[in-house]
Design a protein around this ligand. Structure first.
Ligand code: ADP
Ligand code: MG
Length: 341
């Protein structure tokens, strides 16, 4: 009798143990560090997460050393001091510049990798903010023109007086490179946050999508949440870096047509797509374009989706995010427009 009773008891205990094991999420490995002027967080599951993360940190630091526009030893700095002479680029810089130039052309110059003299004049790289007058801006805009960047093989020639800045796409490239590195190291599931850039490898370990918050442009809190798998989610927001003077707010996203902070009606643009570089470049470009131009661009380029928050509090979302994006908290009642092809 006693032995008969104990069999189901043992089975039940085993089952309990098994379900307990199953319900327990695997522990992530997480690391946080400063690079590219922002806080970066890497979260990885599976494989040898810890050594993959260490390689990831190293890779980002290597890219920063190449791409920084302010660090004296960087490749970009060398390019900007070349005085019109050709410079041989590393493979990373060459690839990124090639993709960035394609985005400059596709967006009709809303993204322009030669905006640096203007960005510097406003003080965004030094923190010594000022409002340049229109004579100064028009002189500086004479040195802004991505179509005069010549890239032949790995040889870059920049006209004397022009300067290159890949700041609008560098974190996107870093995100892409991290995904490649992690996948190669056997990591099955990872999410990285590089300032306003998020990129995910696969889904969460339990197979469910990652939940990525979209910041509220009015300061604290979140405007919404997105569910994604294997995507880059990049936000460009006027609130991220800005200063105030005489009651006017000036931010770091510049309209190459005017040399002034872009006033398109957008206060935040989030791009969702497979590639980090595209997500990053387009978040800047669509911010410059504003809602109408952004919608027209999206209709002609099917490979991404966006969320645009307007100065008037309106939220515009493209069709592909209809079921994966929801507004949160006080934003839940905001007018939400879905645009379709
Ligand atoms: P963040 O770097 O804050 O994530 P973005 O990806 O939008 O923001 O990039 C903005 C940076 O790119 C600016 O700090 C500036 O260096 C540069 N930049 C600003 N406006 C433009 C533009 N229209 N085209 C290319 N680069 C830009
Ligand atoms: Mg960008």
């Amino acid at each position: 009798m006693r032995s008969k009773k104990s069999v189901p008891a043992i089975l039940a205990a085993l089952l309990l143990l098994l379900t307990a094991c199953k319900a327990k999420e695997p522990e992530p490995y997480q690391t946080q560090f400063m690079a590219m002027d922002t806080i970066m967080t890497l979260t990885l599951y599976g494989g040898d997460a810890q050594s993959a993360a260490a390689l990831g940190v190293q890779r980002v630091q290597e890219l920063e050393a190449l791409l920084s526009v302010t660090a004296e030893g960087s490749e970009i700095h060398r390019v900007n001091c070349a005085g019109g002479q050709p410079v041989e680029l590393s493979e990373d810089t060459r690839k990124l510049l090639e993709d960035a130039l394609a985005l400059c052309a596709a967006t009709d110059g809303a993204l322009d990798v030669t905006m640096y003299p203007v960005v510097r004049a406003w003080g965004f790289t030094t923190g010594e903010y000022r409002v340049p007058d229109s004579a100064e801006l028009s002189a500086l805009l004479g040195h802004v023109d991505y179509t005069s960047v010549s890239l032949e093989g790995s040889a870059l020639t920049l006209p004397a007086g022009m300067e290159l800045d890949l700041g609008a796409v560098a974190k996107g490239y870093a995100g892409e490179q991290l995904m490649e590195l992690f996948a190669g190291a056997g990591v099955t599931s990872a999410i990285v946050e590089l300032g306003g850039n998020v990129q995910a490898l696969g889904a969460k370990p339990d197979g469910s999508p990652w939940r990525v918050a979209v910041q509220s442009p009015d300061g604290g809190g979140y405007a919404g949440v997105l569910e994604i798998t294997d995507k880059a989610v990049v936000t460009s927001g006027g609130y991220q870096r800005c200063f105030e003077q005489d009651g006017e707010t000036y931010w770091h996203i510049m309209d190459p047509a005017t040399g002034c902070p872009a006033r398109s009606g957008a206060v935040s643009v989030t791009i969702v797509t497979d590639r980090g570089v595209e997500a990053d470049g387009l978040s800047t470009a669509l911010f410059v374009m504003g809602r109408e131009r952004a919608a027209a661009y999206w209709k002609e380029h099917p490979e991404f989706d966006f969320i645009l928050i307007g100065e008037d509090g309106s939220v515009t979302v493209t069709q592909g995010l209809e079921t994966s994006f929801s507004l949160l908290g006080s934003w839940a009642g905001s007018p939400l427009e879905i645009i379709r092809r």
